[in-house]
Design a protein around this ligand. Structure first.
Ligand code: XAN
Ligand code: ZN
Length: 461
């Protein structure tokens, strides 16, 4: 039976294979399906090829207007990167030879401190948005730097390229290792308010502000409290890091002796809400995971970063058992790859290693990881009413995947079933296979040259 909604006139109708997840099914494959996208980018109907006549009548389109997918093609929901540092893209792929706190001091803070330079910011941010879009990231939850104007530029670039973005101006009023890359708590609070106000005034349809204390070690309790109040007053998203590395966990305990746990540091400053996403969480206790569940706060699992900085291992099965919302993140540049395909592969690898070490550990399946990267990410960002799968009424954020693209990375030897095509793509594919990317119904990849010219002139003003 077709499902439908009549939000606006029809813009496009596709026919072919659609693969997505639902809360009940990690993998749902719709073969020979028809999907209509309305003029405001929402999914107007999803039906079967056999229902063509009824759908053409109900929605007023002709069969000649249908865009047909090829035999090795399918649509899947856009990938949701729940944790990525846009400025760190400048040194992605390098500097992975030390643990977190030294890594921050040696590479991260010096690199981020340069982003007062708007020309540098424009170059790096343009490339990170283009690269992640090409890799199929339709929604990205970005950390910028402490610099408000450069953070606003990241918002503008995200808007121009048509990516859905949550963007945070980073807040840190404590940085002994590089005092020039720090703010007073008054500056941090005032600049966060300016960032939010200026971004909201721009009215970019797909870009939202996120309140972003870097992590407990970078912030005084006073600043954490002010940021919790700002988020509450404006009903905003919040992002930070938690329990990533043993040394970090130990120092947080020393710095906040009054708190019952690392999670409690954030909770007592009103920073754990159902619009919070915290990266890592490798060392959270069961009690802390209970607190995440009670508050509706989410975790972002960043396996490339956890391996590359030798930070720790997240027991995803335990997180899911506690019914904590969970998405995946590249965590560029602690994670060296900006591709969510890499993040999915590492999520699976880490889970298989846990299963090898403990025969009672129930490793994740490919289907579960696919759900985490799409619907899971949308839930972690509390955006699952709007994105995450192909439910009628949601925005059409989607990747058109061609597993047999000429000169591509995947070889096929027979007419494979859609599940095999998906598995080949997830394990062997890359951006060559992502032939089109849609965000809110707009085709944003391939990049259109005229719009790029517009970007260049727009951004150089
Ligand atoms: O992976 C990480 N990347 C960072 O930039 C950061 N800052 C605090 N904690 C962090 N962890
Ligand atoms: Zn991070």
């Amino acid at each position: 039976m077709a499902t439908s909604s009549r939000a606006g006139g029809l813009e496009r109708v596709f026919r072919g294979t659609f693969i997505h997840s639902t809360p009940d099914a990690a993998l749902q494959i719709l073969e020979d399906a028809l999907l209509g996208v309305d003029s405001v980018g929402k999914i107007a109907f999803v039906g079967k090829g056999t229902e063509l006549d009824a759908l053409t009548q109900d929605f007023g389109f002709s069969p000649a207007e249908i865009l047909h997918l090829g035999p090795h093609e399918f649509f899947m929901p856009g990938l949701v990167d729940t944790h990525i540092h846009a400025p760190q893209y400048s040194y992605a792929g390098t500097g992975l030879d030390m643990p977190l706190l030294e890594w921050l001091k040696t590479y991260t803070f010096p690199a981020e401190s340069c982003f007062h330079d708007l020309d540098l910011a424009r170059r790096v941010y343009t490339q990170v948005v283009r690269r992640t879009l090409k890799n199929g990231t339709t929604t990205a939850c970005y950390f910028a730097t402490i610099h408000t104007d450069a953070s606003l530029l990241l918002c503008q670039i995200t808007d121009v390229f048509g990516q859905r973005g949550l963007v945070g101006k980073v807040c840190m009023d404590r940085n002994d290792s590089l005092p020039r890359y720090s703010e007073t708590s008054q500056e941090s609070q005032a600049e966060t308010c300016r960032f939010i106000e200026e971004l909201l005034n721009k009215q970019y349809p797909l870009v939202k502000p996120v309140v972003t204390p870097r992590f407990a070690l970078s912030c005084t309790g006073a600043l954490l409290g002010q940021l919790g109040a700002i988020a509450k007053k404006n009903n905003l998203h919040i992002q930070s890091h938690i329990s990533e590395n043993p040394e970090e966990v130990k120092l947080v305990k020393e710095l906040f002796p009054e708190a019952e746990s690392y999670t409690d540091v954030y909770h007592r400053h009103n920073l754990l809400t159902d619009k919070t996403v915290m990266a890592h969480g490798c060392y959270l206790t069961d009690q802390e995971l209970d607190l995440f569940h009670e508050t509706g706060a989410a975790l972002s699992h960043c396996p490339n970063s956890n391996i590359s900085l030798r930070s720790g291992v997240l027991n995803v099965r335990n997180v899911l058992r506690h019914k904590v919302k969970l998405g995946l993140g590249t965590d560029v540049a602690g994670g060296y790859s900006s591709s969510m395909l890499d993040t999915m592969r590492r999520t699976l690898d880490v889970s298989k290693i846990l299963g090898t070490l403990d025969p009672d550990y129930h490793s994740l399946t490919m289907e579960e990881v696919f759900r985490l990267a799409t619907l899971g990410g949308s839930q972690a960002l509390s955006m699952d009413q709007q994105i995450g799968n192909f439910e009628v009424g949601k925005d059409f954020d989607a990747l058109r995947v061609n597993v047999k693209v000429p000169d591509g990375p995947v070889d096929l030897f027979q007419r494979d079933q859609p599940k095999v095509l998906l598995e080949k793509f997830l394990n062997l594919g890359d951006d060559w296979n992502i032939v089109e990317v849609f965000v809110a119904g707009r085709k944003v990849v391939p990049f259109s040259d005229p719009s790029n010219l517009a970007v260049q002139s727009h951004l150089s003003q």
